[in-house]
Design a protein around this ligand. Structure first.
Ligand SMILES: [Zn+2]
Ligand SMILES: [Zn+2]
Length: 342
């Protein structure tokens, strides 16, 4: 089969890989239909690593995808061949202490697609997954929306963990796909004021057009907070991976507010203003992808409670991956989410 592999820093080539072998118990053979390029893929593309997860070349990236079931292994009743599925890219062992505690996303033997040292990704024609990672999508759901359930599930999880409730005021710092998904979920659950920042005009516009009460550059945020939520924000969702955003978040939360850290910083350390954070007893919550939120993300889209399709601004073929990654890495041409169609 064909696969788009990272062959060196900043270089992706189309290579041949053997087709997956016979299916084991509980496994499903998926024909990949569409893959979304994630910010984390871009970290690996540019630098070959995130923290101590280092790429050894060649390596196939990609973890956000929708597929059609080609074949199912022994013991699988659902999904069935021919079903279109959204996929949770986290293959957990279902045996360790974390899995037994229901924390599948921090499984001790986690194999996450496209994560160096764990499993190769889905930028290829066929992938084998356990059936429990495959979620049949409603008939007629756009394939792009099926792909976007993965980033949306992270927003669902982050908002749960942050304890955002109806009526609460929230800021999302960073209006990339994850930030925009957070905005959508916050709106869907009936949050109060929703403020969004980004550095790019096109993303500020997208946030303004899709539910934000205020969207603008970070410099304007504290003024917007004093106008719209003078007591301070209940929740800040950091989806930029920037020190400046963390600093700003701590300054705009009300005492007892929650900062959820979702973004992946390029640096290995982030500092917090500990005196403001402790005096205001800010709760800092780290978000590790998501756990058990894929079906809820599908339902939010299927029930029309959120809108995510607008994020898919660009579509490429598998042989155009180099171009697609360069576009996303360079924030070019108003890109929000680039898709690869197979
Ligand atoms: Zn991702
Ligand atoms: Zn486990």
């Amino acid at each position: 089969m064909k696969a788009a592999a990272l062959v060196g820093p900043g270089r992706i080539e189309l290579i041949e890989r053997p087709n997956p072998g016979p299916l084991g118990n509980g496994q499903v053979l998926l024909e990949v239909k569409m893959v979304g390029i994630c910010g984390s893929d871009i970290h690996y593309f540019e630098t070959g690593r995130i923290g101590d997860a280092k790429v050894s070349y060649p390596f196939v990236l990609g973890h956000e995808f929708a597929a059609v079931v080609k074949e199912v292994g022994p013991g699988v009743d659902r999904p069935r061949p021919g079903d279109t599925v959204a996929v949770d890219p986290a293959i957990s062992c279902r045996e360790c202490d974390q899995c037994n505690a229901g924390r599948f996303h921090t499984c001790r033997r986690l194999r996450f697609l496209g994560c160096p040292g764990q499993a190769e990704g889905c930028l290829c024609q066929y992938v084998v997954m356990p059936s429990h990672c495959c979620f049949v999508v409603p008939d007629g759901l756009d394939i792009r929306d099926a792909v976007l359930t993965e980033p949306l599930s992270i927003a669902v999880y982050a908002i749960d963990r942050a304890g955002l409730k109806p009526g609460m005021d929230v800021a999302t710092l960073g209006a990339g796909p994850i930030g925009l998904c957070c905005l959508q979920v916050a709106r869907a659950i009936g949050a109060g004021r929703c403020l969004v920042t980004d550095l790019l005009d096109c993303r500020i516009e997208a946030a303004g057009a899709h539910g934000a009460d205020w969207a603008g550059r970070p410099e304007g945020l504290s003024q917007a907070v004093s106008r719209l939520a003078p007591a301070g924000l209940d929740v800040v969702l950091e989806a930029a991976g920037q020190q400046a955003a963390i600093d700003q978040a701590i300054g705009i939360l009300r005492p007892g507010g929650v900062l959820a850290v979702i973004g992946i910083p390029r640096t290995d350390r982030i500092y917090i203003n500990i005196h403001t954070a402790r005096r205001n007893e800010v709760d800092i919550v780290n978000i590790r992808r998501q756990n058990n939120c894929t079906q809820r993300a599908i339902d939010l889209i299927g029930d029309g409670k959120v809108e995510v399709g607008f994020m898919a601004t660009h579509t490429f073929t598998l042989s155009q991956c180099q171009q697609a990654f360069e576009l996303v890495a360079g924030y070019k041409d108003g890109v929000i989410k680039a898709m690869v169609r197979l």
